[in-house]
Ligand binder design. Structure first.
Ligand SMILES: [Zn+2]
Length: 203
């Protein structure tokens, strides 16, 4: 019995198998779906992947994904520039935007402190955050909300940041409890996350 398919189909299965959350069986199922899908559907997927790699970059100010830097949120004059919400990943920005409870700016760290995976503070976009807190005038930051994932890595990162930022004199807050512990912000529903944001407490 052959243990691998021949050529291109196995290459596609292997490629999907590297994606997060997709196991070998899932990878095989998606690869065969694409094989039987209409030509233009498959081409659209391939083009979307190429386009995202060619066009998408990270905002020089907040670290969120965007097509041109600074991103639309950083440039939006209607956003409250006195509050920065610190999150781990760009997808967390979307989760918080969906709550419609927040009108401030963001700072995307690009991960969380995780000694098991060799991720330390220097691997995160923390220097850029400190620099933003130093600005004065209309861009003066008065509050930093630590909206990190309710798990061990998120907790470690929040404790590290609150100690680091305390001398700056900026008010540091954290999301209220009520989020499912041990999970990811993206799994919290909009109402729960909105409440956690509205009920945030000083760290
Ligand atoms: Zn930005």
């Amino acid at each position: 019995m052959a243990l691998a398919y021949d050529g291109a189909i196995q290459r596609l299965i292997d490629a999907f198998g590297h994606l997060p959350g997709i196991g070998p069986k899932g990878a095989q199922r998606i690869a065969f779906y694409i094989l039987s899908a209409p030509e233009d559907e498959a081409r659209e997927l391939a083009e979307a992947i190429e386009e995202v790699k060619a066009k998408i970059r990270f905002c020089d100010i907040c670290g969120n994904v965007c097509e041109s830097s600074p991103c639309p949120v950083c440039l939006d004059p209607r956003r409250d520039r006195s509050v920065i919400c610190v999150v781990e990943e760009p997808k967390d920005v979307m989760s918080i935007e969906r709550t419609r409870e927040y009108r401030g700016l963001y700072h995307v760290l690009g991960g969380a402190i995780n000694p098991m995976a060799n991720v330390g503070p220097s691997d995160l976009k923390i220097a850029g955050l400190i620099k933003r807190l130093e600005s004065t005038g209309a861009d003066e930051v008065k509050e930093v909300i630590l909206a990190l994932d309710p798990n061990i890595e998120g907790e470690a990162t929040a404790s590290y940041l609150s100690q680091l930022l305390r001398p700056s004199g900026v008010k540091i807050t954290r999301l209220a409890s009520g989020l499912p512990v041990g999970s990811d912000l993206e799994y919290a529903d909009e109402i729960t996350l909105g409440r956690a944001l509205a009920g945030r407490r000083e760290a």
